[in-house]
Design a protein around this ligand. Sequence first.
Ligand code: PNS
Length: 159
Amino acid sequence: MKIGIYPGSFDPVTKGHLDIIERSAKMMDMLIVAVLNNNVKSPLFSVEERVNMLNEVTKGLENVKVDSFSGLTVDYARKNKATVIVRGLRAVTDFEYELQMSQTNRIMYSDVDTIFLTTSLEYAYLSSSIVKEVALYGGDVSKFVPACVVREIHKKVNA
Ligand code: PNS
């Protein structure tokens, strides 16, 4: 059974993330979307909220499971018998950091390989940070995130 993990902050999940989830899930038997606990100092959403939103937007994808983890991605991969780490590459600016992470991860756990999917062009500009900034200044984020996430962002912004 080929198990992959797609680790990230997902604060919140965007349409760009969803694109990577849908495409990479087709390549494996099971894809675990794993929300990292603690990597962002002041996240907009709690880990539980992020997991709930991911569950909602992936509910039609049978081989996708959502979870959260603390610590190293490779330790989580090992524990879950995952042999593939999935990451999305939007632009060349992502490359250096992603290369460093994938090489470090492979040195720490040689049974795991990172695969990179290039983000679909319509989402190449998109990031959770940009979405949060647009939302905080009252902009419409419905082109960037799934509808249920738009609702959750509005709740936060209005609170
Ligand atoms: O969505 P992000 O913030 O770009 O995801 C980054 C993430 C979660 C993949 C990365 O920070 C990570 O793997 N953190 C867990 C700690 C870890 O394993 N660090 C070593 C990576 S070389």
